[in-house]
Structures are given as C-alpha cells and as structure tokens.
Design a protein around this ligand. Structure first.
Ligand SMILES: Nc1ncnc2c1ncn2[C@@H]1O[C@H](COP(=O)(O)OP(=O)(O)OP(=O)(O)O)[C@@H](O)[C@H]1O
Length: 267
C-alpha cells in the first residue's frame, strides 16, 4: 500500500500524476491519493474579494487563517474544483476513483482549534474564529471498503472536528496520519520542487537522503510551508511508515520516479 499526496502549488502536472497512478493501479498496486489546493484557493479567494490571510505561529509555522468564509472558499476549491478535476482525470483513464473530503464519513478527525497565536508586527496576538485543527484520528473503515470494492479513494481536507464541524487541516500531515493508519509501505509527498532543498530555491542543493531518526534536524532547511511536510514525514516514520519521499510532481512519471528514489528519501 502506498499513500500519495500531491500538493496544490503552481506548476504541478496533474495529468502526469494521474497517468502514472493509473498505470500502477491497473497493475494491481493498492494506493490512496490525497491532494492539496492552496494555489487555486488563493486565486479564488482573491477573485471573491476575501483574500487569503497567512499567519505565523511563535514557533515559526505558517498556516492559513480560516474564518468561516475562508473555509467555504477552501471547500469550493479543495472538495470541488481540485477533487473533481482529479477524479475526472482518473475516470478518463479508466480508473473508478471516488473523491471524498475528510469530513465525509469522518475519514479525518481532529480537535477544532478556534483561536491561533500569531506573530504580527513583532507581537504575539490571539486570533479567534479560526476553523483549523490537526488530524488526530483516521477512520480507515470507509477507505478499506472502497479499496476492497475496487475504487481508488481520492481524499482532501477539510477534516471533521469531534463535534462535526469542518476544520482546515494540513494535507501533508493528514496524508502522514493516513499512511500510518493504513500501515502503508511508503508515503510520497509530491509538490512543485525536486524535494527538500538545502538552500531553497536552488534546485542543485537537493538533499537526497535523510535518516529516519534525524528528520526533525532537517526542519532548519525548510521554510514556511515546507516545514509541515518535514513534520509530516517525521510523524509518518515515527508511526512505522518505512519510507517517505519528497518528490517532484511537475512532469514525467512523478510517482514512479519518487518510488525509484528521485527526490528526498527519508528512511
Ligand atoms: N527547503 C525547501 N525545499 C523545497 N521547498 C521549499 C523549501 N522551503 C520552502 N519551500 C517551499 O515549499 C513549497 C511546497 O510546500 P506547499 O505547501 O506550497 O506545497 P503543496 O504541498 O504543493 O501545497 P498544498 O498546501 O496545496 O498541499 C515549495 O513550493 C517551496 O516554495
């Protein structure tokens, strides 16, 4: 079993990802796809006159401040355009894909964080009305049901809070929790970079290997949103996933290349 997470940043070639996945699926590989949608969400939010607001926590993690209106825009893009675009691509390739959010069937569950601590102009502020959280529980029953009936699950945030409220969760960490819950052999985190770069954005500085017990030390190389990927990788290997690969989804055969060791391999 492999869990593939494809991001939502500019430059990702979804046709290439889906074509590669389709061939592997048809040859009998068990897999689940998770996806993001941040780039398109930013564009749609701007167009709707409710521009994105990113906040940085005192420990340096950047996240999208998700008020109710932002959550609704987020759902339009992640669960709508992005999810159905990927499902359609797979259906055209003859793969019976089913697209679901973490809210559906409570696939991803976590605690609703209503407030977030953010550093703004050098001061720590508490912002209320946030609809975010972290996946703490993955309910694999529905996924296993789909897989055993021959459907390829295509999953996306948001998750469900324990009270049933939709919460924005990080897709990389959700995919990591899923990989742990499904006892996956590998987790692929595919994005618009060749992997973790020692000196971002210089692509010649690709880090090829990270020992599983040293992942957190590599957080120093990750800026802003890459930090969550590194954190997700650490959570996955600590949870028993043998290999996590940060790979390039911009062209070629992104899944096969990553499984072949291109990118940054954490093991
Ligand atoms: N050291 C680094 N190496 C590689 N990328 C880095 C590094 N530091 C920061 N980044 C940034 O991290 C980005 C990848 O994270 P991002 O969350 O944008 O991707 P994603 O998974 O495609 O999106 P989504 O949130 O929609 O799932 C890269 O596009 C790059 O700009």
């Amino acid at each position: 079993m492999i869990v593939v997470k494809v991001g939502g940043s500019a430059g990702i070639d979804y046709d290439a990802v889906c074509a590669d996945l389709a061939v592997r699926w048809q040859s009998g590989e068990r897999l689940v796809l998770v996806h993001g949608g941040s780039g398109e969400t930013n564009r749609v939010a701007e167009a709707l006159g409710h521009p994105p607001r990113f906040v940085t926590s005192p420990s340096g993690y950047t996240s999208r401040f998700t008020d109710r209106q932002t959550l609704e825009i987020f759902e339009m893009v992640y669960c709508g355009k992005m999810n159905k675009g990927i499902v359609e691509r797979l259906q055209r390739l003859g793969i019976n894909a089913v697209g679901l959010s973490g809210l559906d069937g409570r696939i991803f569950e976590g605690r609703h964080k209503d407030s977030v601590r953010a550093v703004e102009n050098g001061k720590v502020k508490v912002l209320r009305g946030d609809h975010t959280g972290t996946v703490e529980r993955v309910n694999t029953g529905l996924i296993e049901l789909l897989l055993s009936a021959g459907y390829l699950p295509v999953l996306t945030p948001p998750a469900a809070s324990y009270e049933g409220v939709a919460i924005n969760v990080d897709g990389d960490r959700a995919a990591a929790a899923l990989a742990v819950a499904l006892k996956a052999d590998a987790l692929l985190l595919l994005s618009n970079v060749p992997g973790l770069l020692r000196d971002y954005p210089d692509e010649t500085t690709l880090i090829r290997e990270i020992p599983a017990d040293q992942v957190e030390e590599y957080l120093t190389f990750a800026q802003d949103r890459m930090k969550k990927k590194v954190l997700g990788a650490a959570e996955a290997v600590q949870g028993g996933v043998r290999r996590v690969i940060f790979g390039d989804a911009r062209a070629g055969q992104p899944v096969t290349s990553a499984l072949g060791g291109a990118g940054t391999v954490v093991s």
